[in-house]
Design a protein around this ligand. Structure first.
Ligand code: ADP
Ligand code: 5GP
Length: 188
């Protein structure tokens, strides 16, 4: 019988480097897949339908909720975000490890349903660095940045609920640390 893959939940404030770290992990770990979430937020330049997100209207998203298609869903900054369960289960069954990159509210939901998953919070070295990265990315309006910073403060307070807190200071170190957690060298 095939061994099931491991479910890995990654959260952290906007701009901390989750996307950057996860891109590296996906490039370096052959048996790792990223769950593609559905969202009602508008696509950014770097977004590709079906690759970074499945972009949905509010009505479409609500009908997915009604159809119990999500492992979890949450409202972040006025937009819906959710993890479609089918692809996650298929990949886990076929022995692949699966990353969910979701906000803290969503992760708390998954903790109730999947205590077997590994929960990793990516933290910034300090708040000033976080702000610099968020502004430096240049994808958000000033208004959006303010909202994301407010959300970040609340998210940082919840980091103790995770199995691991990885500080993304030097990118290579953060990637290596998460790789050893996923590969089970550092099992909870
Ligand atoms: P998130 O997905 O958490 O919102 P991103 O991956 O988009 O964050 O990263 C935000 C910005 O910070 C990007 O411009 C990225 O290049 C930069 N960044 C990510 N990790 C590091 C790091 N360890 N050191 C310096 N800059 C980083
Ligand atoms: P962004 O708009 O920057 O892509 O994502 C905003 C926030 O939504 C991030 O904290 C990200 O982790 C979170 N997010 C992305 N997909 C999901 C999801 O499917 N569910 C939940 N709960 N949060 C998500």
């Amino acid at each position: 019988m095939k061994t099931k893959g491991r479910l890995v939940v990654i959260s952290g404030p906007s701009g901390v480097g989750k996307g950057t770290v996860i891109r590296r992990l996906l490039g370096e770990c052959e048996n790792l897949r990223l769950s593609v979430s559905a969202t009602t937020r508008a696509p950014r330049n770097e977004d590709t339908e079906g690759v970074t997100y499945f972009f949905k209207t509010v009505d479409e998203f609500r009908s997915m909720i009604d159809g119990s298609e999500f492992l979890e869903w949450a409202v972040y900054n006025g937009n819906y975000y959710g993890t479609p369960c089918a692809a996650v289960e298929e990949n886990l069954e076929s022995g692949l490890n699966v990353i969910l990159e979701i906000d803290v509210q969503g992760a708390l939901e998954v903790m109730k349903k999947r205590p077997d998953a590994v929960y990793i919070f990516i933290a910034p070295p300090d708040r000033e660095t976080l702000m610099k990265r968020l502004v430096g990315r240049g994808t958000e309006t000033e208004e959006q940045i303010k909202k994301r910073c407010a959300a970040a403060a609340a998210e940082l307070e919840q980091q103790d609920k995770y199995d691991y807190v990885v500080v993304n200071d030097v990118l290579d170190d953060a990637v290596e640390e998460i790789k050893s957690i996923i590969e089970g060298k550092n099992v909870k």
